[in-house]
Design a protein around this ligand. Structure first.
Ligand SMILES: [Zn+2]
Ligand SMILES: [Zn+2]
Length: 174
């Protein structure tokens, strides 16, 4: 990991690297945070975060826009990986993007009538069908990728959605 970080640092002197307990890109601090633990997967994640930095990803107006930036960052990571003789598993990329797609779906589904809605503000969705307004936590680059489904484990039992806060605002009638 150290070797790859050093090489990337040389390639991108303007970007800081800091070891952390997860992988993410902080546009504000111009820093790539990474888990300093050697594995193929960690190398892929590092290249992905660095790609956000290279592409100058700073902010996004909606959750959907974030998903598009994720796709772009993986495209860039694939190009970058060739320079370092690393090959990124396409299934891994799709798993990561699926995590975002699921997350987006959860956030955009109306908690009252289950219709998928459009975001009207960075932290707010508004249902065009039943007028429910709900708030979501602000989005952030990079969510932990979804682990491959293992047989025998019921994914639904962990049916919590920590990224989404369904803070319902009921319309005041009085
Ligand atoms: Zn609704
Ligand atoms: Zn990302």
């Amino acid at each position: 990991m150290d070797t790859l970080v050093k090489k990337l640092n040389k390639l991108l002197p303007g970007i800081k690297f800091k070891s952390s307990d997860s992988f993410y890109w902080s546009p504000k601090n111009q820093t790539v945070f990474y888990i300093n633990q050697d594995s193929e997967r960690n190398q892929w994640s590092l290249l992905h975060e660095v790609s956000h930095a290279i592409l100058g990803h700073t902010d996004y107006k909606s959750d959907f826009a974030l998903l598009q930036l994720e796709v772009a960052a993986w495209e860039e990571a694939k190009k970058l990986s060739k320079k370092f003789n690393i090959s990124i598993d396409e299934d891994h990329i799709q798993d990561c993007l699926d995590t975002y797609r699921d997350w987006l779906h959860q956030r955009s589904t109306c908690p009252t009538c289950s219709i998928v809605c459009l975001q009207n503000l960075p932290n707010e969705y508004n249902c065009h069908n039943c007028n429910t307004v709900w708030h979501v936590s602000s989005s952030r680059f990079c969510r932990p990728y979804r682990l491959r489904k293992m047989s025998g484990i019921n994914k639904k039992s962990s049916g919590q959605t920590p990224q989404t806060t369904f803070a319902l605002r009921t319309k005041k009638l009085s």
